[in-house]
Design a protein. Structure first.
Length: 57
């Protein structure tokens, strides 16, 4: 599932985290956005090995 501009719906992060914790197959979610806010918040929720960032510019 691709979710663009995730920083506009930060309340979704906990629901996504619960789904990833329940089924840890890689590649199920691709979160994009124009802000580092979502990666900063996600990295405090779980081990950094589960969060990957790729700057596009």
């Amino acid at each position: 599932m691709v979710i663009d501009e995730i920083q506009r719906a930060p309340e979704s992060l906990l629901a996504i985290k619960a789904q990833v914790d329940a089924d840890q197959r890689p590649g199920r979610y691709l979160l994009t956005g124009s802000s580092r806010l979502q990666t900063d918040r996600l990295s405090t929720m779980r081990p950094a090995s589960h969060v990957r960032t790729m700057p596009l510019a």
